[in-house]
Write a protein that binds this ligand. Structure first.
Ligand SMILES: Nc1nc2c(ncn2[C@@H]2O[C@H](COP(=O)(O)OP(=O)(O)O)[C@@H](O)[C@H]2O)c(=O)[nH]1
Ligand SMILES: [Mg+2]
Length: 446
């Protein structure tokens, strides 16, 4: 039998009301001692809470939620007390005296998962919902919490179980006169899951980019005005601006919200043959960051015609070329570098000094976020954990398909590997290490 645990569900600090939750087999007994009995299930009642020696702790709104129909699936109690530190301290002591234990982070959700009230994806979605800082993150967490994403993994897992049954039947009774080639019947089932996984993996980047922030790198040669532009975009002087080339060495990251999406914007060291060791490390970091970015803003100095040519070597087809310091030159036409027009790259004229083009740049960024991250369907993966499992499953299915003709045990084993990997995403695998990792990231009281 599990312990009975309690935790404050509301944030620490003085507040009008604080909520303390209790869950476990002794929840009813605790309520009896504290409040002199339980109100009818799921109905709020005002009760005076007393410690064991009869001293009044507070007047509280009390909720009694017997299992299995509660959040955790166990008998649960919710106490809404006044949010003063002394009250909470006394309540904590009273509950401890009754033999209850303060909960570990994520312990409530973990019990809900263990008792089959939700799958692992839904538990993770609760954490994401609480941590959401943008409306897109909130929307994504709500969709995941509804359970639809988990059901998709269940469907894949079940299809693989059916396919496995066919493959194993043929392996087990190779000489019997089975109708048709059973393993051949399994093939379209495996192929269909493989194709689904491919689509889901393609969308996985979207889910993680919404959750972790869309990474945009500001790159270019020294003195192009990268730090100035970066500061203009984040709305404060986050990076040092100087006329001395090679000022920025470390990658400076700032989280901003654009159109309801979380964006991680990074200012980087200008790429050139560095003057010293520290700068060359900065250039290396800039390149690493830019390589993993979802988008690169290549900043070129419109007033520096020599640099304008050199920077052409850095450009990639997907980059947005920002023709910067537009205030220093006259005619826009002459500024667009020849390599940019030759390759049909998108260019934008901007001056951080006068503010010209900044709104257009923000609008470009927003349009890109909407087209890449928008979409009503919940992605199948919002965390690296999900993506890794899907990649393992996909690779195993590709292998299984390749050896299936021989009706081999190897194919069966690979299908089992795939099914297990998909199962691990929604839980139900007895892997304590995975569960510890998932739930320890939660706050206390969740
Ligand atoms: N005229 C003009 N000067 C700028 C503009 N943006 C930056 N600068 C100047 O260019 C120099 C280098 O700027 P900085 O942001 O440090 O460039 P970084 O090395 O690319 O990060 C500084 O002297 C800035 O004041 C601009 O839009 N117009
Ligand atoms: Mg800089």
């Amino acid at each position: 039998m599990s312990d009975t645990i309690f935790a404050r569900a509301t944030a620490a600090g003085r507040a009008a009301v604080a909520i303390v939750r209790i869950t476990g087999p002794r929840a009813a007994e605790a309520l009896e001692t504290l409040a002199g009995g339980a109100p009818p299930p799921r109905q709020a009642a005002v009760r005076r809470l007393r410690s064991r020696n009869g001293e009044v702790i507070d007047t509280a709104l009390v909720l009694w939620m017997p299992g299995p129909g509660s959040f955790t699936g166990e008998d649960s109690v919710e106490l809404q007390v006044h949010g003063g530190p002394v009250i909470l301290q006394e309540l904590h002591e009273a509950l401890t005296q009754l033999g209850l234990r303060a909960a570990e982070p994520g312990e409530f959700s973990r019990r809900a998962f263990t008792n089959g009230r939700m799958d692992l994806l839904q538990a993770e979605a609760i954490a994401d919902l609480v941590d959401a800082e943008t409306s897109a993150q909130k929307r994504q967490a709500l969709l995941q919490m509804s359970g639809g994403v988990g059901r998709r993994f269940e469907r894949w897992r079940d299809a693989l179980a059916d396919a496995l049954a066919l493959i194993e039947a043929e392996n087990d009774f190779p000489d019997e006169d089975l109708p048709g080639a059973l393993a051949e019947q399994a093939r379209p089932m495996l192929e269909s899951v493989t194709a689904d996984l491919e689509l889901a993996l393609a969308a996985a980047a979207r889910g993680q980019r919404v959750r972790n922030g869309y990474r945009v790198a500001v790159i270019g040669r020294p003195n192009a005005g990268k730090s100035s532009l970066f500061n203009a975009l984040v709305g404060r002087e986050a990076a040092i601006v100087s006329q001395r080339p090679g000022t920025t060495r470390d990658v400076v990251e700032v989280e901003v919200q654009v159109g309801g999406y979380a964006v991680t914007l990074a200012d980087t060291a200008g790429v050139r043959d560095a003057a010293d060791e520290i700068e060359s490390e900065g250039v290396r970091r800039a390149q690493t960051w830019a390589d993993s970015a979802a988008w690169r803003l290549l900043i070129v100095d419109a007033s520096d015609s020599a640099g304008l040519q050199e920077v052409g070597e850095m450009v990639q087809p997907d980059d947005l070329v920002v023709v910067h310091k537009s205030d220093l030159t006259g005619s826009p036409a002459s500024e667009v570098p020849e390599w940019a027009s030759r390759r049909g790259l998108t260019t934008l004229r901007v001056s951080s000094k006068t503010g010209e083009g900044l709104d257009a740049l923000r609008a470009r960024l927003e349009a890109r976020l909407v087209s890449e991250l928008g979409g009503a369907e919940a992605p199948s993966a919002t965390r690296a954990r999900h993506q890794e499992a899907m990649e393992i499953a996909h690779a195993a299915l590709v292998r299984a398909n390749a050896v299936l003709t021989r009706g081999s045990e190897r194919a069966a084993e690979d299908v089992r590997i795939a099914a297990r990997a998909l199962q691990s995403v929604i839980g139900g695998v007895d892997n304590e290490a995975v569960l510890d990792r998932v739930f320890s990231a939660f706050c206390i009281g969740k």
